[in-house]
Design a protein around this ligand. Structure first.
Ligand SMILES: Nc1ncnc2c1ncn2[C@@H]1O[C@H](COP(=O)(O)OP(=O)(O)OP(=O)(O)O)[C@@H](O)[C@H]1O
Length: 259
């Protein structure tokens, strides 16, 4: 990234409203997500976190309120969008008759011309993606034969294989055991060091506090945005959860306990 492109935010959302059935899932949401950082969306169930991620991925139809990397989402071709934004959905349903390797290779689709075979670099990128989530040993297994946490790691590998500049991860720690959660956080941090912008929805507040910044949502609105290490952010988090949790400093990090 050049110094100039560095100044362009990764994501800009302007007064975005999304209605799902009778529910106003997002109400006039405005937000700027800086480039090359990890931002964690947190908030109670039903706050609108997944809907916001889906809207940014171009999946809800309300594209005119969103810019990605300085370009309006509206009018962006599907192919360009699929190269710029990689997506890991919450509780994704996967077809049972696909191998782990082939599933991760699907992440390379936006880079292929119609019906072309994967190239040597595509295979190399898939290998790297499998290695980075330690899923290479399952490469020949069918995805349906893996546990929930193992499937989650493979889906993360598919998102990594896109090599997109923006990574949208909806509850990426779902089903992962504590060491795998720690590895996932390291991976996210490492991606940002290489210029990637990562936006996650997370329920694990103690993990979310490792992000660069936090966006707090409730009832379809953004209530607060601030640095993860800032005590004001911590108070806003406690507030949105009705002060039923409390954030305490521990060494140079924080722990979250029921209050
Ligand atoms: N397909 C749908 N049809 C109607 N309403 C929906 C639909 N999907 C979500 N909603 C509603 O939209 C609101 C926002 O849902 P969303 O999934 O974005 O919340 P969330 O913050 O991701 O929640 P969670 O933490 O439980 O995953 C909720 O009130 C939800 O009930």
């Amino acid at each position: 990234m050049s110094a100039l492109s560095d100044q362009i935010p990764a994501i800009v959302v302007r007064e975005l409203s999304v209605k799902l059935g009778e529910t106003e899932a997002l109400k006039q949401v405005s937000l700027t997500i800086p480039r090359g950082q990890w931002t964690a969306l947190i908030g109670p169930n039903g706050a609108g976190k997944s809907t916001l991620l889906r809207a940014i991925a171009g999946l809800t139809g309300q594209r005119s309120a969103i810019d990605l990397l300085g370009q309006p989402l509206v009018g962006m071709t599907g192919r360009l969008l699929a190269r710029q934004v990689a997506w890991l959905g919450q509780n994704e349903q996967i077809s049972s008759d696909i191998s782990v390797y082939d599933l991760v290779m699907l992440g390379r689709l936006p880079h292929h011309s119609w019906l072309s075979s994967p190239s040597a670099p595509d295979h190399q990128i898939v290998e790297q993606a499998l290695n980075s989530v330690r899923a290479d040993q399952w490469r020949d297994r069918m995805i349906s034969e893996l546990s929930g946490g193992e499937q989650q790691r493979v889906l993360l590998a598919r998102a990594l294989a896109v090599e997109a500049e923006i990574l949208l991860l909806d509850e990426p720690l779902n089903h992962l055991d504590p060491p795998q959660q720690a590895d996932c956080l390291k991976l996210i941090k490492n991606l940002t060091k290489h210029g990637c912008t990562v936006l996650t929805a997370l329920h694990e507040i103690s993990m979310a506090l490792y992000a660069h910044q936090i966006v707090i949502m409730d009832q379809g609105r953004v209530l607060f945005q601030g640095a993860a290490h800032d005590s004001q952010t911590h108070r806003a988090i406690e507030n949105v959860f009705d002060d039923k949790i409390k954030i305490y400093p521990l060494m140079d990090r924080w722990v979250i306990l029921p209050s």
